[in-house]
Structure formats: C-alpha cells, structure tokens
Design a binder for this molecule. Sequence first.
Ligand SMILES: [Mg+2]
Length: 233
Amino acid sequence: MPSLKYKHLFFDLDRTLWDFDKNSIETFKEIHNKYDLSGKGVSNFDKFMDIYHKINTDLWEMYRKGGIEKEVLSVERFSLTLSSFGIKDNALSRNIATDYIDLSPTKKNLFPGTIEILDYLKSKYMLHIITNGFEEVQHKKVALSGLSRFFTHTITSDEAGYKKPDHRIFEYSLELTGATNNESLMIGDDPEIDIKGAKEVGIDQVLVDHDGILEKGEATYYVRSLFELATML
Ligand SMILES: [Mg+2]
C-alpha cells in the first residue's frame, strides 16, 4: 500500500495541475487583439502559436541549462516569433513580453479534478509544489487559480537557484519541507524533468499523462488523470 509510506507529495504545476496550454492560448488571444497583430502581419493565430511554442520550447531548454538569462528568454521568444512574420519591432516585443508575464498568471484553467483531488489529499499528506519558473509568475498562478490553501510550500527554480531535473532543487525542497526522500512522492507530467530528476535523489514518482501520449517508462507510477491519484493515495 503506497499510501502508508508517503508523507509529502510534491506536485509540478504547469501542465500537471495548471493547464498551461489552455491558459497560454487565452493570454495570446488577448495580446493578439490588443496589439492588432493581424493588422501588423500575423496572418494566422494558430500559426503564430505553433511558431511561438517551438521557439519558446527551444529557448526554455537553453534557459534551463543556464545558456541564457531570464530577461533574454522573456523578450527573445516574442521577437523571434514576430520576426518570422516579418515584424521587426523591439518595443512591441518588449511590450508583449511584459503583458505576457502580467496576464498569463491571471488565467485560472486547471486540469479536471485538480481541486477535488487536492481536497482529498490535503487531509492525508503534506502537499508542496516544485516548479521550474519565475518566482513572481508561479506564485501568482497558484494564488489566483485558488491553489494556495492546499500547499505548505511552493518552491520555484528561481528561488532554489536550480531547475528540475537538477538534483539540487529536489534536495533543496526536501530540506525546506523537512521531508526525507523515501517518504516523498513527486507528481508531474514531464518524464525528463519531473520523473528522472526525482528518481535521481531516490524520490518515487507519478507520471501524469493527461494527453495519453507518454509511456510509463521509468516512473514508479503512471496515471492518465488526476482523479486516478485517489485510487492509489
Ligand atoms: Mg510540467
């Protein structure tokens, strides 16, 4: 019975609890209208999103590995996306970057079952978040989507100084929460970032595959929805 063993559950935030992609699309629709991007040459919103996603993923990977600074990532993802539509406007890129940081964390779409499962788990375990992201952004997301009351600690990579899967952010989290690795469980959507990272420091893991596109792989447990956590925890 796994439920007897664990005391601390560490959740990833983006794409595990907080529906990053849905929230991103909402944010971009507002930005698209505000700056009249169609009028400036962004012919197609979906194409804009596709290009942005690819650029953002690549830049995030560089940022995660320490290759670029946070400020560069923030603006460059928009200037590169806009320039692929022939728009070269640094002020616009900077304005969009600021708006995105302000606006996206105000979005509240969570995955189905988030509140219900956290309500259930809260009485049985200590709940925390370990998230790769900017300090000011991630805390705002947690607060505005109504998640604050469930979590004892929300640990960001910004605060810890290390990003998942670096073992040091997990060690930092264990120390901060007073947890040991064998009584902890990491719950996240990313096999490389959440699962491998936790495994390296001896923390069991649950891979959450909302889209049904992953395989259990090396994860200790695998679920297709947050509701399934109730059957095992
Ligand atoms: Mg995630």
